[in-house]
Design a protein around this ligand. Structure first.
Ligand code: MG
Length: 385
């Protein structure tokens, strides 16, 4: 045995301990630009590190999830949301004997393309780009890892494996396969399906948490929500004397736990029923196998509707975001009028990508606070030299 654990040994561990339908790192379809393998890291572990060490990942710290970044110390940011998605993805992947490293890498990369100012920011960017190819954050996440991050001298992008990119494509068709195979697939790997569903579980639970913390939601309103009600019953049975603010913290934990338990049990049954024995058999399925039970699916639909009605467009959220979006539009237009304000990297892309797309990439990459600073710089009169 060698003095340290080698990549080959890790790959053997995967083959021995993961389910047959899990995506093994040694079976990866590889990277666009060929690279030598690493002595003691698997391909998916390398992708996870590439994402964590990217600039776009660090900027997630100052991007809004729902409540404008900086509004409250405990509210989620795009970064803490991402870390929660990664954590829950690992839990589900491990329980189902899937490849945790792959699920985690996809989860960590899934929101890299998010614009500043949350969903309102995305809508505003889409509006700015209406005549120029549009804007959508999942597609943008792929642009970030394929084009906009430039840590290597020989090519643009992070050169991620097919499987991590497949997971980041999310709502798009999953047939972007290398030429080796003419086969069209309908579904991504189970690890990608885990990361996608976990994104929902995570925001359902933390948006409720933040909304209660921020006094946008009251307990009385929440009694109408089945997911909340069931968790409240379970927590009150265990801790009859517990009151706010401790009560809702436990309730949120309970919601996550109930959702995760449901997904693990339902998915395990679906996988067994589908009799899939390889990741490509998973990809040939008509519909994802990682799923909620029918009852929880319906309840989550109601919860989602409730969040839209009572949180995302609540005046305390929407009004702030609306003002932020006006800044975004103004900054976007200022770059169109004067592209010399763009950074050097962006300026080099104008010829290839066109001015609108270059400005869109630049603005989408900004953190909330950078955009607000830039807005103020644009508004303040030029200083004499
Ligand atoms: Mg997300």
């Amino acid at each position: 045995m060698s003095e340290y654990k080698t990549r080959a040994e890790m790959e053997m561990d995967e083959a021995r301990t993961l389910a047959p339908f899990a995506q093994k790192s040694g079976d990866s379809r590889g990277r666009r630009f060929a690279e030598l393998s690493h002595a003691y890291r698997t391909e998916f572990q390398r992708d996870r590190a590439r994402i964590i060490h990217s600039r776009a990942f660090r900027r997630l710290e100052y991007k809004t999830q729902v409540f404008l970044n900086g509004t409250g110390d405990h509210l989620r940011t795009r970064l803490t949301h991402t870390i929660e998605v990664a954590s829950i993805s690992r839990t589900i992947a491990r329980a189902l004997r899937l490849n945790e490293d792959l699920a985690e890498a996809i989860a960590l990369g899934h929101d890299l393309g998010h614009s500043p100012f949350g969903h309102s920011g995305e809508e505003m960017l889409a509006e700015c780009m209406r005549e120029h190819g549009g804007f959508e954050h999942n597609q943008q996440s792929l642009r970030v890892v394929d084009l906009l991050e430039t840590p290597y001298p020989n090519f643009c992008g992070l050169n991620l494996t097919f499987e991590v990119r497949e997971g980041m494509q999310k709502h798009q068709a999953f047939y972007d396969l290398p030429n080796k195979s003419a086969e069209k697939y309908r579904c991504p790997s189970l690890e990608a399906q885990v990361a996608n569903l976990t994104d929902e579980i995570t925001y359902y639970s933390h948006d409720l948490d933040d909304a209660v913390d921020f006094d946008v939601l009251s307990f009385t309103q929440l009694e109408d929500v089945a997911v909340w009600r069931r968790s409240a019953e379970a927590v009150r049975a265990r801790y009859p004397d517990l009151r706010e603010p401790d009560l809702h913290k436990l309730l949120i934990r309970e919601i996550i736990d109930q959702e995760v338990q449901d997904v693990v049990a339902t998915s395990a049954a679906a996988i067994s029923e589908a009799q899939v024995h390889s990741p490509d058999e998973v990809r040939r399925q008509e519909a994802p196998l990682i799923r909620y039970s029918d009852q929880l699916w319906r309840e989550n639909q109601d919860l989602r509707k409730f969040l839209y009605q009572n949180v995302y467009f609540h005046p305390r959220v929407a009004e702030v975001n609306r003002r932020a979006c006006e800044m975004l539009r103004e900054v976007f237009d200022a770059y169109l009028r004067d592209p010399t304000r763009l950074g050097d990297n962006a300026t080099r892309r104008i010829e290839q990508e066109g001015l609108h797309r270059t400005v869109c990439d630049y603005v989408a990459g900004m953190s909330d606070r950078y955009l607000i600073d830039e807005f103020q710089r644009l508004r303040s009169p030029a200083q004499p030299d």
